[in-house]
Design a protein around this ligand. Structure first.
Ligand code: RB5
Length: 148
């Protein structure tokens, strides 16, 4: 699986830790770091869009995006057609975003969650499959909206 990472300055430190974790614990996957690469202030919208477009185009299978609150970058990534970005705060929301919503982008807040919680979320999010069934229809309803 190819996984793109993106953050603004406020998510930079957590993004770096998530990257280190992925390289160590999920070395079977290809990790693509789409920035930022330092703490210079930037717009979360730019990086949310970069990762969202990479997922939507099929260049990568999944994306993980991080800004300060997780809000702006999840809103931006989720605007890209085909992207289901889930702003998660704990293991439960990360698991449910896969089981019921087939989220293809995980968003987190670097000023909200600690590194340990973020690592747990990433693990469960990567390892949990989509349940399908009745949830397939619901996910299709989300997608239908972006096609209106
Ligand atoms: C940056 O200060 C902050 O606004 C941004 O990281 C994010 O929290 C926006 O939603």
């Amino acid at each position: 699986m190819k996984i793109a990472l993106g953050s603004d300055h406020a998510g930079f430190e957590l993004k770096e830790d998530v990257k280190a974790y992925l390289l160590e614990a999920f070395s079977q996957h290809e990790i693509i770091d789409m920035g930022v690469y330092d703490l210079t202030s930037v717009s979360y919208a730019e990086y949310g869009a970069k990762v969202g477009k990479a997922v939507a185009s099929g260049d990568v299978d999944r994306g993980i995006v991080i800004c300060g609150s997780g809000l702006g970058i999840s809103m931006t990534a989720g605007k890209v057609r085909g992207v289901r970005a889930a702003l998660c705060h704990d293991e439960y929301t990360a698991r449910m975003s896969r089981l019921h919503n087939d989220a293809n982008v995980l968003a987190m807040g670097g000023r909200v969650v600690g590194k340990g919680v973020a690592r747990e979320m990433v693990k469960v999010w990567l390892e949990t499959p989509f349940e399908g069934g009745r949830h397939q229809t619901r996910v299709e309803q989300i997608e239908a909206l972006t096609n209106e």
